[in-house]
Design a protein around this ligand. Structure first.
Ligand code: HEC
Length: 113
């Protein structure tokens, strides 16, 4: 009986959102060649208008990707033709993993006060 309860609890836990996976996030950024624009180490964008992503807050990155996927015509969406295409195939888990990976990288971003 106790074993059944434990199995049910474990089952319920594994159905919930998975913790973000840094390694998987790294693999996804390689698969989609995100660094081709956002630059080596995600710190040297190939164009000055492209954002640096290394060390950005994980939540911010995840929400930005969700917003591109949602599109600029929806509430809280972002309109960018380039990023819309890259965000489209990503699942919520993919976006969380990518956020975790990018936020783990050494950052050049600064907070000015
Ligand atoms: C062809 C060039 C290109 C590629 C490849 C690319 N991006 Fe982008 N990315 C951009 C541009 C340009 C912007 C700025 C768009 C805007 O003004 O909203 C951007 C913005 C972003 C932002 C928002 C950053 C912020 O500070 O708000 C995130 C997050 C992001 N990209 C992640 C990714 C990820 C993850 C990938 C790979 C799946 C990727 N990008 C691939 C060009 C690219």
């Amino acid at each position: 009986m106790n074993k059944l309860i434990i199995a049910l609890v474990l089952g319920a836990v594994s159905l919930g959102a998975q913790a973000a996976d840094v390694k998987r996030g790294e693999e996804l950024t390689k698969k989609y060649a995100c660094a081709s624009c956002h630059g080596a180490d995600f710190n040297k964008p190939s164009d000055p208008s492209y954002p640096k992503l290394a060390g950005q807050h994980a939540d911010y990155i995840t929400h930005a990707l969700m917003a591109y996927k949602r599109g600029g015509d929806k509430a809280n969406g972002r309109n960018n033709p380039i990023m819309a295409g890259f965000a489209k195939p990503l699942t919520n888990q993919d976006m969380a993993d990518i956020g975790a990976y990018l936020s783990s990288l050494p950052s050049q971003l600064v907070v000015s006060k």
